[in-house]
Design a protein around this ligand. Structure first.
Ligand code: FAD
Length: 484
């Protein structure tokens, strides 16, 4: 029989569940990717992620060709509405089944159910596999059979359940001779950005390595530092985390490889690896939350929090614009926003700081911030992003209590004490002494003058007073206390 593997958020040709199942069940296997116009049409014309995907596909195509041994093998790349294009391609190629990996985002589930129906109408099968996380959907449940909504017990159950069976890789390479040559009608290589209707977004300048080889390079580098992850991860000026999030998002590296490595190191007593494995478990946690509670996409996980009245109108719009553009007057917040705007990445500590600032200092609906991150993060992932925002706004499962409000100045003093991160992204403040950098409005006039900082001219006055904002937030959240 013949099969078609549909790649989506799994852009690699190794340790790949759907590819493995297709190769072991079919004599001939075609591979395809669709630049889905239903997703692409909504994006800005300069989008680093489209560039990242395109670069990664060039490498995937190359790799499949090498594996198959056919000069003309490789990936069929289409630019169309995926839910039409995949059933049409399956019929054209004469395959009996389409294989793909799960994607539990609500829109993806709707698309896949349409594809399944169309394939079934043509008498073709649609096989889907878990690949994106170590555990998914209802694989880790409480003793009473319910999904977890608190992280620590979820993590403990996850750690109890994980074993060699779940960590093992899918040995794709040994069946590679079954990869089919690319049919004549599909000899075109991966389309250019221009052909897709996009312009370069400057991805290469930012040294974000793409494709499976880029992911492997980052992981090799991180393995040298993983033991120190626990101590280093909270300081944005330090090379502490792995920077693998965009690769996990697009599947250019296998999550099983990462978990297997971290788990083995953890068993050898490597504390940094144990902490890092905990982050991969957070990833699984938020994916299962989204799968069980799709209402979180629009609503608070905890319904009482939907009663909160957020700021609105032109004043709120102006505060939001200042946050987006990094002109709040709080240097750590502004430097963090400069990081996301310039690179598409933001350090985890800073995501928590800026999210808290938007929601609890400016009183703005967390969904506005969630949407801004969704458009600007290279690693944007619906489950993790929604989980992170609901955590910061206290409306999520196992979230920060509402009365815990980050102080943007003390966060700055603690996590960027010497101002290395702030100076990198806000060069206009670079001449201030360390102690004045975290709250320039408190600096002595002579310090400001010596550093060439003129508040209101080359750096803004704070747009809100944190202490007053704190009081307003506690009042705003009072509706929750009454409802709870
Ligand atoms: P590392 O510290 O090396 O962590 C390893 C991996 O674990 C990450 O690549 C990521 O896949 C996963 N991970 C780490 N922390 C979390 C977490 N809290 N929740 C879920 N997975 C996690 N992560 C995204 O991948 N996409 C998002 O859109 C996203 N939005 C966020 C929004 C907010 C408001 C917050 C507070 C966090 C968000 N995160 C998101 C989680 C986290 O900030 C990033 O995963 C992390 O900063 C990526 O950097 P890294 O790969 O160097 O992480």
């Amino acid at each position: 029989s013949t099969g078609l593997v549909w790649f989506r958020r799994d852009l690699r040709a190794t340790d790949h569940a759907a590819l493995y199942h297709a190769l072991t069940e079919c004599r001939q296997v075609h591979c395809a990717f669709v630049f889905d116009t239903e997703i692409l049409d909504a994006l800005p014309r300069k989008d680093r992620r489209v560039e990242f995907i395109r670069e990664s596909l060039v490498e995937l195509d190359e790799r499949l060709r090498t594996l198959s041994g056919h000069a003309t093998g490789g990936l069929i790349v289409l630019h169309a509405v995926a839910s039409d294009a995949i059933p049409a391609l399956a019929r054209e190629l004469g395959v009996q089944a389409v294989y793909t990996n799960h994607d539990d985002e609500p829109q993806a589930l709707a698309r896949d159910s349409q594809v399944r129906t169309r394939l079934a109408a043509a008498g073709l099968a649609f096989h889907t596999s878990k690949d994106h996380t170590l555990f998914e959907r209802s694989e880790v449940l409480t003793q009473t059979g319910k999904p977890y909504s608190v992280f620590t017990p979820y993590k403990n159950a996850w750690l109890r359940k994980i074993d060699a069976f779940y960590l093992k890789s899918y040995p794709v390479e040994r069946y590679a001779a079954r990869l089919a040559a690319r049919p004549k009608a599909h000899t075109l290589a991966v389309p250019t950005l221009k052909a897709l209707g996009f312009e370069p977004a400057g991805l290469n300048q930012q040294a974000l390595p793409t494709g499976a080889s880029g992911a492997q390079r980052l992981f090799d580098d991180f393995c040298q530092r993983i033991a120190r992850y626990g101590e280093a991860r909270d300081f944005p000026a330090v090379k502490g985390p792995s920077y693998l999030s965009v690769h996990l998002r697009f599947g250019t590296i296998s999550p099983r490889l990462l978990a297997r490595t971290a788990h083995a190191l953890m068993l050898q007593g490597n504390a940094g690896a144990a902490t890092w494995l905990g982050e991969l478990i957070w990833r699984d946690f938020y994916h299962q939350i989204l799968a069980h509670h799709p209402h979180v996409v629009e609503h608070s996980f905890k319904p009482a929090y939907d009663a909160i009245r957020w700021e609105s109108g032109p004043a709120a719009q102006e505060l939001f614009a200042a946050w987006c553009e990094g002109r709040t007057g709080y240097p750590l917040v502004d430097a963090a926003m400069a990081q996301i705007n310039q690179t598409g990445y933001m350090h985890n500590r800073l995501r928590m700081v800026v999210a808290s600032f938007l929601v609890k200092d400016l009183g703005i609906d967390w969904r506005w911030g969630e949407q801004y991150f969704a458009t600007h993060l290279n690693d944007f992932d619906l489950a993790a992003n929604n989980g992170g925002w609901q955590w910061a706004s206290s409306s999520g499962c196992d979230a920060q209590p509402y009365f815990r409000i980050f102080n943007p100045v003390s966060q700055s003093e603690k996590f960027d004490a010497r101002g290395q991160f702030i100076r990198k992204y806000l060069p206009q403040l670079a001449g201030l002494p360390d102690a004045a950098l975290h709250a320039p409005w408190k600096a002595a006039p002579m310090e400001l003058q010596a550093a060439g900082v003129v508040l209101g001219e080359n750096y803004p006055h704070p747009i809100v007073a944190h202490d007053e904002a704190r009081e307003r937030t506690l009042q705003r959240y009072a509706v929750v206390k009454t409802a709870a």
